[in-house]
Design a protein around this ligand. Sequence first.
Ligand code: HEC
Length: 113
Amino acid sequence: MRVTVLVVSLGLLAGSPAWAAAQEGDAQKGKTHFMICQSCHGEKAQGTPAQGAPRLAGQHPEYLRRQLFNFRAGLRGTHENDQYGQLMSNFAKGLPDEQAVRDVVAYIETLQP
Ligand code: HEC
């Protein structure tokens, strides 16, 4: 009986927007984090080829999150010849925590390519 109640309440929790936002990221908070990103990636995350900054709008969110985590973990952007990667790496590391990564990606998702 107890187990049933627990399962049911977890189910309700999973369906609640607050829980989903914590998992997926909060686009409103992400917008603030994106202020600095837009100087290279553009206001609508359309990219700035002249600066080597790719378009982010329209990209799969799982991919964007993975790249940001990779930059933060030093799996990407650490080779001495990888100028663009090193540059980007600093900004990925500048995001305060993992939730900020989810938040900024949630905001990018709202932008139309
Ligand atoms: C100084 C310019 C600059 C700023 C500021 C900047 N980026 Fe980047 N970003 C780049 C460049 C250049 C690349 C391409 C790196 C490469 O070639 O490996 C890149 C790559 C990325 C990628 C990988 C895209 C892909 O397709 O693999 C993501 C995701 C990303 N940036 C997100 C962000 C976010 C989020 C912010 C703000 C927190 C940000 N960037 C701030 C220049 C910048």
